[in-house]
Design a protein around this ligand. Structure first.
Ligand SMILES: C[S@@+](CC[C@H](N)C(=O)[O-])C[C@H]1O[C@@H](n2cnc3c(N)ncnc32)[C@H](O)[C@@H]1O
Length: 255
């Protein structure tokens, strides 16, 4: 049997998708739209947040905001503030003006000062998610809401800064323990969506290989990506099964 890698000290992704760009220009917006069609994770998050944020009111804090791609979904009744870890640029490739970059988990946010806390695809990168959620709870006024997304069937990414995958029951326990109630966890996609997502990754992985034959085969398979992406996008109208791309969760800070 071929020797398998000990992954404990891995520090490099095999495949790194381009980071999102902010929605500043029409070209950026077009780029992000195309990305959301081809990247089923990103597309499914966008769809859920478009719905979740449509009725947002008051102060919204986006923690680990990256390129602030969901900021444009906020209605005028909500004000936006984006914060991110100071090493977001070095580790994740994000460096966006109008973001407060903090060090050592000192968010610089007053207790009970926020109406909504948003964090998308952040919790899996946090070494101590329970402490992170407790801090999030303190920033929210009682009755305020948290809106979050986490990946489930996703590659190990930003290696090694990707520590966890969460299940609905795990999220419910964590949120309850941090002082939240009215927990709601919805799956993004289903087993068919996951199959499409994995299938689409294959040609891209093959193209990244050094073996010319594998690369050539990957190139030949590339046109299939658009067809599978279309099927994957359509598949998301059905809610079934116990596998999915990820979860969108909301909860209320206990009164
Ligand atoms: C996969 S990116 C997601 C970015 C953005 N939320 C999005 O959905 O496009 C993960 C983000 O988590 C942030 N992050 C990592 N560690 C963090 C921490 N301890 N506190 C807050 N954010 C953190 C990273 O800087 C990065 O912006």
């Amino acid at each position: 049997m071929a020797a398998r890698r000990n992954l404990v000290n891995a520090n490099r992704d095999m495949f790194k998708p381009p980071t999102f760009v902010s929605n500043a220009t029409a070209l950026n917006r077009l780029q992000n739209k195309l990305r959301r069609f081809l990247d089923l994770q990103a597309g499914s998050i966008w769809r859920d947040l478009r719905h979740e944020l449509a009725t947002a009111r008051g102060n919204l804090l986006d923690v680990g905001c990256g390129a602030q791609v969901y900021r444009c979904l906020l209605p005028p009744a909500a004000s936006y503030r984006g914060i991110d870890a100071a090493d977001a640029k070095g580790r994740f490739g994000y460096d966006v003006p109008d973001t407060h970059y903090f060090v050592a988990d000192e968010w610089g946010v007053a207790d009970a000062s926020c109406d909504i806390l948003l964090f998308t695809e952040v919790l899996e990168h946090i070494a101590d998610p329970a402490a992170f959620l407790a801090r999030a709870r303190r920033c929210l006024r009682p009755g305020g809401r948290v809106v979050m997304t986490v990946p489930f069937a996703a590659r190990w990414h930003y290696i090694p800064e990707d520590y966890w995958r969460f299940t609905p029951s795990g999220l419910a326990r964590l949120l309850d323990g941090a002082g939240f109630d009215q927990v709601d966890v919805r799956a993004r996609g289903n087993p068919l969506t996951v199959a499409c997502y994995k299938l689409m990754a294959l040609p891209l992985m093959m193209i990244g290989q050094s073996n010319l034959l594998v690369r050539g085969l990957g190139g030949l398979l590339l046109p299939l990506v658009a067809v599978v992406a279309a099927i994957g996008n359509i598949s998301m109208v059905w809610d079934w099964g116990d596998d999915c791309l990820g979860y969108t969760a909301t909860a209320r800070a206990k009164l």
